[in-house]
Design a binder for this molecule. Structure first.
Ligand code: PRX
Length: 572
C-alpha cells in the first residue's frame, strides 16, 4: 500500500476531478479565447495583447534578472516590443511558415524575438545556448531555417556559409559585421513601429514552434506544434499549475527545451500572470534569492534541480524567506518520494509531479493541488485525456501490469508532424488510435500512473533528453575512436549519466588523457550536456551481424544483469 498525501489547497482551480474526467471536452473552453469572437488566431496575441485589451496592460508580465541586469516589462510593454519584432521580421521578408531560429542565452530579447516571430506567422525554433557547431548545424540544416536571432558571441557556432537557406542573421549586440547577411537587432527594432499591423492571423492548425529532440536512432527530430496547442497550455496552467491572475510564476527551464516554452512562455502568459525569468547558471543561493526577491508563488522545476538543492548545505536555505511559495511542481524525470518528503520539510509544501514530452506539447498526466498525491507516482491523466497501459498489440492492460504508456490521440497540443520525416512520425502511431510514448509504466487500481523506464535507448539526464546516436556518431569522428556505444547509467543526483563504451584505433592508449580529450571534443562539437561523464575502453563492442552496436548488451554489462537474447550478435 503506497503512502497517500491529502491535498493542501482547498481553493485550487481544478474542482470535481472525477466528474470532469467524464464530462469535460476541449471545445468547452474555446470561448475564453479572443478568436472565438473575432476569428483572429495567433498564440502571441493571445499571450500578450489580449491582456492589454482586457485592461491589464500595466500588470507586470516579465521580470527578468541575471547578475548584471534587472528589468520589468508590463503586458503593454511586451505588446509594443513584440509588435516591433514582428515588423522587423516582416521587413526582413520572413513569410508565414518560415522557420525563424532563436539561439541565445535567456534574456528579454529572447522572449521578445520568439513571440515576435510567432506574431509574424513564422514557426519559431528555439535552440539551447549550450549547443555547439554540429548540433546547431544539423538543426538549421534540417529545418531549412531562413533567419536566426543570436548574439555576436554565439555567431562562430553557426556555420552559415554552409547553410544555403539561412540568409538573415540578426545579432543582439553591439558588434555587427558590415558585410554578409547580418542585421543589428537593436537598429532593426528601433526602426520598427509598435503598431499591431504586422500580426499574421493564422488558423489553429498553422505551425507555431519547432522543438528538436532526440530519439534512440537517427538525427534529432523536429517536433512541430501548431497554434491549437494554446487551448491545452491555457487549461493545464489553470488546473495543474493552478495559476491565478496575481500569481508570480517561475519555470526554471530554458526555452531551448519544451518546458521552457509551453510553461516558460505560453501557459503563464495565456493566463496573464507575472513570469519570472532568471538568466545565468544554477546556484542554490541565486535560486533561493530569486524566490525571495520576486515573491514567487508557483514554482515549476525538475528533480535534478531539487536534488541539487537538497544536497546544498542547510545554512543556505535558512538564509532566505521562501514563504511566498504556494505551489511547487516537477517535470522531466522520475520524482523520488525522498524529494517530495524534503519539499514538505523545507517548504511545508508537496512537490507535484507532472508527466509529458516534447511530442505531447503539454502536460498529460499530473498531480493536482486539489487531489491526493501518492509520492513516486506521476499522478492521473488530465480531464480530456485518456491514457492507458497497453501491450504491443494495443490491448489495454489491467491495473498493476507494466506495459507501454499510451495516450488516445486527439489532445489539442499533440505534435502535428516530425519535420520532413513522416516515417518517424508514424512510428508513434503504429497502433491505431494510440500515441505510443516510449515510456513503460503501470497504472494502479486508483488510476495513478507509475513510471518504470524508457523502452528505447533515449537517455534522460538531469531532466534533459539526449539521443545516444548523435553522441556515438560524433565519437566515431574522433581520430582515436574505432567504435562507440552510449547508454544511460543510473545516477543518484542526475537520474542517469551518459556513459560511453569505446574501442580505440590501433596506436592509441587507454589513458585518462585520452578520455579527457574525448570529453572536451564532445563538449566543443555538440554541447556540455552531451558529454559522457564516464568512458570505459573495451577491446571490441558487442554488435549485431549487421554491425549495429548492441546498447542492450552494454546496459547489461553496466548493471551486471543477464544480456538476454544474443542470437543476433556477431561473435567474431
Ligand atoms: O521518459 C520520460 C521523461 O522524459 C521524457 C520526455 O522528455 P522530453 O521530451 O525532453 O520532455 C521533458 C519534459 C516535458 C519522457 O518520455 N519524463 C518526463 N516527465 C517525467 C518523465 N519521467 C518520469 N516522470 C516524469 N514526470
Amino acid at each position: 500500500m503506497s503512502e497517500i498525501l491529502q491535498p493542501q489547497q482547498s481553493d485550487a482551480q481544478l474542482k470535481n476531478y472525477d466528474q470532469l474526467k467524464e464530462t469535460f471536452h476541449w471545445d468547452d473552453i474555446h470561448s475564453v479565447f479572443s478568436w472565438h469572437e473575432t476569428g483572429n488566431v495567433n498564440m502571441a496575441y493571445e499571450c500578450i495583447d489580449r491582456h492589454v485589451d482586457d485592461g491589464r496592460g500595466d500588470h507586470p508580465a516579465l521580470r527578468y534578472a541575471d547578475s548584471s541586469r534587472e528589468e520589468t516589462y508590463t503586458f503593454a510593454d511586451l505588446k509594443g516590443a513584440t509588435n516591433q519584432a514582428a515588423h522587423m521580421f516582416r521587413r526582413l521578408e520572413v513569410a508565414k511558415g518560415d522557420r525563424v531560429f532563436i539561439f541565445m542565452p535567456r534574456s528579454p530579447e529572447l522572449y521578445i524575438s520568439l513571440l515576435g516571430a510567432i506574431k509574424a506567422g513564422a514557426v519559431a525554433g528555439p535552440l539551447f545556448e549550450a549547443f555547439m557547431n554540429e548540433a546547431v548545424r544539423s538543426r538549421l540544416e534540417d529545418s531549412e531555417a531562413s533567419t536566426i536571432v543570436t548574439t555576436p558571441e554565439l555567431l562562430e557556432r553557426i556555420p552559415y556559409t554552409d547553410l544555403p537557406h539561412l540568409n538573415k542573421i540578426i545579432l543582439v549586440g553591439d558588434q555587427v559585421p558590415q558585410d554578409g547577411p547580418f542585421y543589428s537587432y537593436f537598429n532593426e527594432m528601433k526602426a520598427s513601429p509598435t503598431t499591431d499591423d504586422a500580426i499574421e492571423w493564422v488558423s489553429l492548425e498553422d505551425g507555431m514552434i519547432l522543438h528538436y529532440t532526440s530519439g534512440s536512432t537517427g538525427k534529432p527530430k523536429g517536433v512541430y506544434h501548431v497554434h491549437h496547442a494554446m487551448i491545452q497550455h491555457y487549461q493545464t496552467a489553470k488546473w495543474v499549475l493552478d495559476l491565478h491572475e496575481d500569481d508570480v510564476f517561475w519555470c526554471t527551464a530554458d526555452p531551448g527545451w519544451v518546458t521552457g516554452t509551453s510553461y516558460g512562455i505560453f501557459g503563464p502568459w495565456l493566463n496573464g500572470v507575472t513570469n519570472i525569468v532568471r538568466g545565468g547558471r544554477f546556484s542554490p543561493d541565486d535560486w533561493y534569492h530569486t524566490i525571495e526577491k520576486q515573491r514567487v508563488t508557483v514554482w515549476y522545476s525538475a528533480p535534478t534541480a531539487f536534488r541539487m538543492l537538497m544536497a546544498a548545505p542547510k545554512e543556505i536555505i535558512e538564509k532566505y524567506d521562501l514563504s511566498s511559495l504556494r505551489h511547487i511542481l516537477s517535470v522531466g524525470e522520475p520524482l523520488n518520494p525522498e524529494v517530495v518528503r524534503w519539499g514538505w520539510e523545507v517548504f511545508g509544501l508537496r512537490i507535484h509531479d507532472t508527466w509529458w514530452m516534447t511530442e505531447t506539447g503539454a502536460m498529460l498526466i499530473c498531480n493536482y493541488p486539489s487531489e491526493p498525491i501518492k509520492p513516486g507516482s506521476m499522478g492521473k491523466p488530465i480531464p480530456g485525456v485518456h491514457a492507458a497501459i497497453i501491450d504491443d498489440q494495443g490491448k489495454e492492460l489491467p491495473p498493476n501490469e507494466m506495459g507501454n504508456l499510451a495516450v488516445q490521440t486527439g489532445w489539442p497540443a499533440q505534435m502535428r508532424k516530425i519535420w520532413k520525416n513522416e516515417t518517424k512520425f508514424n512510428e508513434y502511431f503504429s497502433i491505431p488510435g494510440w500515441y505510443i510514448s516510449g515510456d513503460t509504466a503501470f497504472r494502479d487500481e486508483d488510476g495513478y500512473f507509475w513510471f518504470q523506464g524508457r523502452n528505447d535507448d533515449v537517455i534522460v539526464t538531469a531532466g534533459e533528453r539526449v539521443g545516444p546516436f548523435e553522441i556515438e556518431s560524433k565519437l566515431v569522428e574522433h581520430p582515436s575512436v574505432a567504435e562507440a556505444g552510449v547508454i544511460g547509467k543510473p545516477d543518484e543526483m542526475r537520474g542517469h549519466i551518459i556513459k560511453a563504451f569505446i574501442a580505440v584505433r590501433d596506436g592509441y592508449e587507454h589513458s585518462d588523457e585520452l578520455k579527457e580529450e574525448i570529453r572536451s571534443y564532445i563538449k566543443n562539437e555538440l554541447s556540455a550536456h552531451s558529454v559522457p561523464r564516464e568512458i570505459e575502453f573495451k577491446e571490441t563492442l558487442p554488435k549485431t551481424r549487421s554491425g549495429k552496436i548492441m546498447r542492450r548488451v552494454l546496459k547489461a554489462w553496466e548493471l551486471d544483469e543477464p544480456a538476454g537474447d544474443l542470437s543476433t550478435m556477431d561473435d567474431n
